[in-house]
Design a protein around this ligand. Structure first.
Ligand code: CS2
Length: 496
């Protein structure tokens, strides 16, 4: 059956059960440029902005930019930027068509158009979800100035490839034109994400200034006049499957090339530091605060830390999805123990309710409608584990607190990487360090040497005084995993 395509023209003929934008999309002013229009952005920020537009705000339409691939633009352009958000809980599905993305650009196709959108005085906020690895940091956390894309962007400031290059060029042009800077809001899962990006941008601009012989002009401007609020973002967004596309098309009576799947829960905690205005997000459940740090750490260490544990231990135990892995009593018991180790590393005086938080996480991880794949979360472990697991382990060591579970997650990551092409499909998940990791793991070195080499590669624990202790603790688990998989690793912890 040929169905019509979701678009402005077909919006009014959708079934009444689907919530559609009630506002005039033509009157939307593009006030936000978003870099990295993946599914997460479309389930999270774009939905909050859609709430504000529905409430009558007009100044915050989103211009979506893909820094790499054209897939999202190709899917959404014929749909006038519209897409369906399917909000799924174990018993039901609610469909909401989101209208906040007014236009889309693909940076490699037309970097000039992206710069024009960034320089446009109507753009007052630039938001980012580009994933951890796109910040191009060295293992020590500074800017990787030797990365080919950074080298390229420093040599070709008018034709950037990286987020750093686009932001720097746009801020330089706005400064020259006397246009006030936009606020840069980082929405990736990094600790102190705004401050981290601010620091990387000052470094990048410093290199750019030196190269262009401009003194410290742009670096100083970014350091002093550009706001980089931090934020904690949260919503679980499994990758869309063809079965999802078919189901949504049948329910809508119209084709949607890229609907986005998500859960009912959503959370956004944002540092309230916007120099050029912002949408009234707080009216829709966003928590605007002075310090996001405690919320970020709680989310990274409890949600994301448990996610990585479930992903690697789940893969090693043969579970394809989070809900199935979490229903495995051994994994469930492990996650509870992992939380018990991580919780004391969170600030006590920040008013965090960790028991309510973990109880809610347990419910969210049990959502069977999401079918959130363990392989999806397993991607990019080298970029994720430092803030999710290693940071808690180091703080436990510093505080002299005993722990044995955090380090199993690191060992499970190493074992899962080594299992690819053996008990797991080749490229079942990927990592920016894959070339070096695969070469290292194929040597089958003793556990201690393997873990040391992995720590060197990934920069885990840097030159911290407790690095060696940590390596030894991870290696003990790796010995168990190599000898008899998760059964022995769990048994050694008294689980199972
Ligand atoms: C997940 C996150 O893929 C992953 O690494 O842990 O994407 C997680 O689903 C989100 O951070 C939830 O907000």
């Amino acid at each position: 059956m040929t169905r019509s395509r979701l678009s402005n023209a077909t919006l009014r003929s959708l079934p009444a059960a689907a919530v559609v934008p009630g506002y005039d999309r033509g009157g939307m002013v593009p006030g936000i440029v978003h870099l990295g229009v993946g599914a997460f952005h479309r389930a999270h920020q774009a939905a909050y902005v859609d709430d504000c537009l529905s409430a009558g705000e007009t100044g915050w339409g989103i211009t979506g930019v893909s820094l790499r691939s054209r897939e999202t633009r190709d899917a959404l352009a014929p749909q006038d930027g519209l897409y369906t958000l399917a909000i799924r809980s174990s018993g039901q599905e609610e469909l909401r068509v989101i209208g906040s993305i007014g236009s889309m650009l693909v940076a490699p196709e037309d970097p000039h158009a992206v710069l024009a959108a960034l320089v446009d005085p109507r753009t007052r906020i630039v938001t980012l979800t580009i994933t951890e690895k796109a910040y191009l940091r060295t293992a020590g956390g500074g800017l990787d100035a030797t990365h080919p894309d950074i080298v390229h962007d420093l040599a070709n400031p008018g034709m950037p490839k990286t987020a750093h290059g686009f932001l720097a060029e746009a801020l330089a042009r706005r400064l020259a034109a006397g246009t006030p800077p936009f606020t840069v809001l980082c929405c990736d899962n990094l600790p102190a994400n705004g401050a981290t990006l601010h620091r990387l941008m000052i470094e990048f601009a410093g290199l750019r200034d030196a190269r262009l012989g401009l003194g410290a002009g742009l670096a100083r401007h970014i350091a002093r006049e550009v706001a980089f609020p931090s934020s904690m973002v949260d919503r679980i967004v499994p990758a869309t499957t063809d079965a999802d596309r078919a189901r949504i098309a049948a329910e809508l009576g119209a084709e949607d090339a890229w609907p986005v799947m998500t859960e009912p829960f959503r959370q956004w905690v944002v540092e309230d530091n916007f120099t050029a205005g912002r949408p009234g997000w707080e009216k829709f459940g966003v928590t605007m605060v002075g310090d996001v740090g405690p919320f970020e750490d709680m989310k990274l260490r409890l949600l994301n830390g448990a996610h990585s544990a479930i992903a690697y231990l789940g893969l090693l135990s043969g579970h394809a999805t989070v809900d199935r892995a979490f229903a495995d009593p051994a994994i469930r018991q492990f996650v509870d123990a992992l939380w018990a180790e991580a919780i004391p590393t969170l600030p006590e005086d920040a008013g965090l309710d960790t028991s309510a938080y973990t109880a809610e996480l347990a419910e969210r991880f049990s959502n069977t409608a999401l079918a959130h794949r363990t392989a999806q979360i397993a991607n990019d472990g080298s970029q994720k584990l430092p803030q999710r697991i290693v940071a808690s382990a180091i703080e436990c060591l510093e505080a002299g607190t005993e722990f044995v579970h955090l380090t199993l997650v690191v060992a499970a990551w190493i074992a899962a990487c080594a299992a690819r092409g053996k008990t797991l499909p080749e490229n079942h998940f990927t990592d920016p360090l894959d070339a070096a990791l695969t070469a290292l793991l194929s040597q089958q070195l003793p556990a201690n040497e393997t873990v040391t080499a992995v720590f060197d590669l990934a920069g885990f624990a840097g030159d911290h005084a407790e690095r060696q202790t940590l390596i030894e603790l991870v290696a003990v688990h790796l010995v168990h995993l190599r000898r008899d998989g998760t059964t022995l690793a769990f048994a050694a912890l008294g689980i199972g």
